[in-house]
Design a protein around this ligand. Structure first.
Ligand SMILES: [Zn+2]
Ligand SMILES: [Zn+2]
Length: 314
């Protein structure tokens, strides 16, 4: 693997979370339901370069169509900025795009990711919230740089911003800038020495509660699905809280869920009456090399079950 590719892969490792890396190909096309690969060509979890992926929204849609997917959701981190481009590309190709977003939130002390699907991209409350999040992220990075500078680590905001193509500047970009400056040898070192919790450059992120995120997504007409819950260590009790707060779906098939985890979480989906979903969490092979679009596909019936949970359909 090229050094750059390996480094880029490292940068996308969610912080503080040990993600089991599955060998490429293992478990590919493991379905939530349905029979045969052709029945499971829907991917409800992808990222474009508007957050931290490799491809533009239009390129992603074109790839999905070319690879025979029948529907795809674009779910960039904390931003809806890529949806207009993706929708336009989908219209031109007569492809079904599900509008989406992936929001970071907390249930108690647990950081979780919530996928919003079928959202209205023009919803003013959601747009306002996304704008506020972006401002808070920029502010946080500036404060972290100040702290690093005070600790004798030379780094400027412009250097960090140079690594961020989209809307979601954060610690991954700080780590890249630290690496380029020669302050660190690898991504882990950025966190263990400089920007991890308790390190000299760390600044706590403003927390969004799961209730707040769920209400916003519902308010924008969308459904809320817990992404890669077991990979993030979500407990049965935390899931019960989320279900009581109005969660609609549970991502069962995800590259970081092994067969045991999928069995457990599928059982929980049934117990809490949540729609099981699947997503590849594709970011582009340069970013996370072993993930493929529709690696975890879902069936049409599940997509329609989720669609029926939309706020407007309740
Ligand atoms: Zn996620
Ligand atoms: Zn994701």
């Amino acid at each position: 693997m090229r050094e750059g590719a390996r480094l880029a892969q490292c940068f996308l490792e969610p912080v503080g979370v040990f993600l089991r890396r599955r060998s490429a190909g293992a478990g590919r096309f493991l379905a939530v339901g349905g029979r045969g690969k052709a029945a499971r060509m829907i991917d409800l979890h992808t990222h474009s370069k508007v957050s931290d992926g490799q491809y533009s929204p239009a390129e992603l849609v074109q790839m999905a169509k070319a690879q025979g997917l029948t529907a795809m959701a674009l779910t960039d981190h904390d931003t809806t900025g890529g949806l207009a481009e993706a929708m336009e590309a989908a219209r031109a190709l007569d492809f079904e795009l599900v509008t989406g977003v992936e929001m970071s939130a907390f249930v108690g002390e647990r950081e979780i990711h919530l996928l919003g699907h079928f959202i209205d991209p023009g919803d003013t409350a959601l747009l306002g919230f996304v704008r506020t999040l972006r401002e808070r992220r920029i502010e946080r990075v500036r404060r972290m740089i100040e702290r690093l500078n005070a600790a004798g680590v030379a780094l400027t905001f412009e250097e960090v911003a140079g690594f961020c193509e989209g809307d979601s500047i954060g610690r991954t970009h700080l780590a890249q800038a630290l690496w380029k400056r020669g302050h660190i040898q690898n991504f882990k070192e950025a966190f263990s020495r400089f920007i991890g919790k308790g390190r000299p450059g760390f600044v706590e992120r403003t927390r969004v509660s799961s209730e707040e995120a769920i209400a916003l997504i519902h308010g924008a007409g969308g459904t809320v699905t817990l992404a890669h819950g077991l990979a993030y260590g979500v407990t049965h009790e935390e899931l019960a809280q989320l279900a009581a707060q109005g969660l609609d779906g549970l991502e069962v098939a995800h590259p970081d869920h092994d067969a045991d985890m999928r069995r457990t979480i599928a059982r929980w989906a049934e117990e809490f009456d949540l729609v099981p979903t699947a997503g590849s969490d594709f970011h582009g092979e340069r970013v996370i090399p072993e993930r493929r679009l529709c690696e975890c596909g879902m069936a049409r019936a599940e997509l329609e079950a989720l669609r029926r949970r939309r706020s407007g359909a309740r």
